[in-house]
Design a protein around this ligand. Structure first.
Ligand code: G6P
Length: 368
């Protein structure tokens, strides 16, 4: 069916702006608002309490959603998680535990490597859960359980709303697992549900950073390389930020765990390469700030993405600071995704690339 751009110049812009709505829609599917609990299908073919391990395989942006989910499953459900890109997972001959859950994540539900990972896991006796956006897809059909993301059709090749809907879904699954495993009390669950319900409002606030990211994009469009840094769940978001930028603007970008800065990328710091530091005011904020200090001491150009409290506490000069409202760190990746997307988008527009159809890329990679 026909999907139109409406008043937006590109599908990517439209899809970024749809996020508060589609994430709310996705959350409503998994959350019982009246009881402030997460509600997964009652007939799950496995018991979270008895799982040995979760394995996750996916490609591209869906893979980064998976890394964020790993942090959540470990923290909120004390569930060990291994994650790999599907193109590695499918050939590694990884031994999988007897009571293991395989989670595959895919917007299209047709990515060849992700599908092959699902089939490998199934042959190895895993329970298979698919987080997919296309309910009629092959991956959805072949999984034991489907957790739909209700993002609606995504046309822009660079994934935006599918990513945040994957995060919303995976957060709900992690909370359900935490409750089933006796890690989260009813009160903990309620607090996390509260935090999740706030996400659409916070996303609307984040979208107001459009003009600021547009201004910043003027200097970004003149650089050759950009480094993205983050710790904790901001680390996979740094990877996603770098991916988004290189996909659509063709500027070389790398995402790094902030703590790895001194193990290599610090050698690249000079006055030409912007360093985007993603640092909500969470339990690892101070650590990230000391990495930022290391960048500043070498004359690096810093773009800090943080919250109100973080901006007050960061005592360094930055080229720009993008400030979000304070929020529960549990849900920060969903909201921080937006400035990261906006920055890539405006930079690409500035460079005049084909934002929705970047060269050499396909929306869905159904061949190896
Ligand atoms: C392609 C797309 C990406 C996407 C990846 C995985 O590379 O350009 O945006 O993240 O495939 O696709 P999937 O449909 O499995 O999520």
């Amino acid at each position: 069916f026909l999907v139109e751009k409406g008043n937006f110049r590109h599908f990517m812009a439209k899809e970024m702006h749809e996020q508060p709505e589609v994430v709310a829609h996705t959350l409503a599917h998994y959350i019982d608002m009246a009881n402030e609990t997460v509600q997964l299908p009652a007939d799950l073919p496995f018991d979270f309490a008895r799982l040995e391990r979760v394995s996750i395989a996916a490609c591209g942006t869906a893979y980064y959603a998976g890394i964020i989910a790993k942090y959540w499953f470990e923290r909120y459900a004390r569930l060990p998680v291994e994650i790999d890109v599907a193109s590695e997972f499918r050939y590694r001959e990884a031994p999988l535990p007897e009571n293991g859950l395989m989670v595959v994540i895919s917007q299209s539900g047709e990515t060849a490597d992700t599908l092959a990972s699902l089939r490998y896991a199934r042959a190895e006796g895993q329970h298979v859960m698919a987080v997919v956006n296309v309910p009629t897809s092959t991956i959805a059909r072949e999984a034991d359980v489907v957790m739909p993301t209700l993002a609606g059709p995504e046309i822009g090749v660079a994934s935006t709303k599918a990513f945040t809907c994957q995060l919303a879904t995976l957060a709900a699954v992690a909370v359900a697992a935490g409750r089933a495993r006796g890690v989260l009390s009813a009160e903990d669950e309620r607090a996390l549900v509260h935090a999740l319900v706030e996400v659409p409002r916070l996303m609307n606030e984040a979208l107001k950073l459009g003009p600021e990211t547009e201004t910043l994009s003027r200097s970004f469009s003149r650089v050759r390389d950009v480094l993205y840094l983050g710790r904790g769940t901001s680390y996979p978001l740094a990877l996603e930020g770098a991916l988004k930028l290189k996909e659509i603007s063709y500027i070389h970008a790398e995402g790094y765990a902030a703590g790895e800065l001194k193990h290599g990328p610090i050698a690249l710091i000079d006055e030409n390469m912007p360093v985007v530091v993603i640092a909500p005011h969470d339990s690892v904020f101070d650590k990230t700030m000391s990495n930022m200090q290391e960048v500043a001491a070498r004359g690096g150009r810093i773009v800090l993405i943080t919250d109100k409290t973080g901006a007050e506490q960061a005592s360094l000069e930055t080229e720009a600071t993008l400030v979000l409202p304070d929020m529960d760190p549990a849900i920060a990746p969903l909201v921080y995704a937006i400035p990261v997307q906006l920055l890539a988008y405006h930079t690409a527009v500035q460079m005049g690339t084909d934002v929705d159809q970047p060269r050499n890329l396909a929306k869905s990679v159904t061949v190896e």
